[in-house]
Write a protein that binds this ligand. Structure first.
Ligand SMILES: [Zn+2]
Length: 386
């Protein structure tokens, strides 16, 4: 099958039978607010991917300490956050400026919002956004368990990881208390001290066996099925701040994206633009769709909070999936969106809700620039009335 035919099929699949219209609560550290999110006729965004280069100065060229210029050993993940900053002024540009001005010691690679995408840290450099410290670089360890399915069940029992009910060779993180430079006792995971202080009465070296200590984060543990049939596991640790067993490889081995949730911004457009950005990053770094992770995966933090609470993460991953699959077929291809509906903009986004349920007709022309061959697909979707 030709690429333009494959793209046509993907766009038929990406067509929304019914446009998403959802009341969403946005979580901000200043305040929360509610907004009605209007979706699109398609899970593919027909807008143009644009990134504004806004690279932060190296620590050696500034008084900042958020861009050491350390090259990553590998890029394993694309990490999605939201800023949890609801103020109207908290847009992409403001966050890009923040990182360039030192970011209070934090940094991330991209700020993505409906006002644009800013690129602050080169993709091949380490940044400080995932909350999993800088002590354990990513690696994969043979679990000693063989299997066939790609997403096995992972549990912790008696200090070991179990995979599909079989005891693996890998111990679960050992949580102890260690004396910090501040002379206070802190939590530590496998000997790596954390900022959270130990509870009253804790003793140095004592093992922590609290109720939460065996709780695996909601996105699970990185497990690869090797070509030799064994399962391989990425490094894990216990994050005492959030009380979850989490994955390493956030700060040291990922590309971090902060998505905007500022009041007055267009949340769904932010997610569409971000999905397209993620697709490009996956392609550029030879990563599969399952390497797109929430910040939560690396620390247990409730981030990206608004998307998680709105139960729209799976929808976001669907957006990424179509962007990614179409991107891989799009060299030398033009995709043109056509519609006469006044309910949507030129990218297929619903901008006005009708008073009663309305069918929106649209067409997409997919053209091979070299052969001049083209396919026109006619599609329709329903938007429910207010
Ligand atoms: Zn985050």
């Amino acid at each position: 099958m030709k690429n333009i035919e494959k793209i046509a099929n993907l766009l038929k699949e990406a067509n929304e039978k019914k446009v998403i219209v959802q009341d969403v609560e946005v979580f901000g550290y200043q305040f929360n607010y509610n907004v009605k999110v209007l979706g699109s006729v398609s899970k593919y965004w027909f807008g143009k991917h644009e990134v504004i280069e806004y690279i932060a100065p190296l620590n050696s060229e500034s008084n900042n300490d958020n861009r050491p210029g350390t090259k990553k050993t590998s890029t394993q993940y694309v990490v999605v956050h939201d800023t949890a900053s609801a103020a109207e002024t908290a847009n992409s540009l403001a966050h890009a400026k923040y990182v360039s001005n030192g970011g209070g010691g934090t940094s991330w690679h991209y700020s993505s919002g409906s006002d644009g995408i800013y690129h602050q840290i080169p993709d091949d450099e380490v940044a400080y956004h995932a909350g999993d410290a800088l002590v354990v670089p990513f690696s994969l360890t043979n679990t000693g368990i063989k299997g066939k399915i790609t997403n096995p069940k992972v549990e912790i029992k008696n200090g070991y990881y179990y995979i599909n009910d079989e005891k693996s060779l890998i111990k679960s993180p050992k949580i102890t208390f260690m004396l910090g430079e501040d002379k206070n006792l802190h939590y530590a995971s496998d000997g790596f001290i954390q900022s959270r202080k130990a509870p009253e009465g804790a003793k140095e070296g004592e093992e922590f066996l609290g109720d939460n200590s065996r709780r695996i984060n909601e996105q699970g543990i990185r497990i690869d099925l090797g070509e030799d049939g064994y399962y391989y596991m990425g490094p894990t640790y216990y994050n005492a701040g959030f009380g979850y067993i989490s994955n390493r490889g956030g700060n040291l081995n990922s590309i971090g994206i902060e998505t905007m949730v500022n009041k007055g911004s267009d949340l769904y457009l932010t997610w569409q633009k971000t999905a397209k950005l993620v697709a490009h990053l996956l392609k550029d770094n030879n990563l599969n769709l399952d390497r797109v992770k929430q910040h939560h995966f690396f620390s247990g933090k409730d981030c990206p909070e608004t998307m998680r609470h709105a139960k729209l993460w799976d929808n976001f991953i669907e957006l990424v999936k179509f962007e990614y699959e179409i991107l891989l077929l799009s060299d030398g291809v033009e995709i043109e969106f056509i519609s006469n509906s006044n309910l949507i903009d030129k990218t297929g986004r619903v901008i006005t809700l009708p008073s009663s349920d309305t069918v929106i007709d649209y067409s997409v022309v997919i053209k091979d620039i070299n052969t001049k061959e083209e396919i026109k697909v006619d599609l329709k979707t329903v938007v429910e009335g207010e």
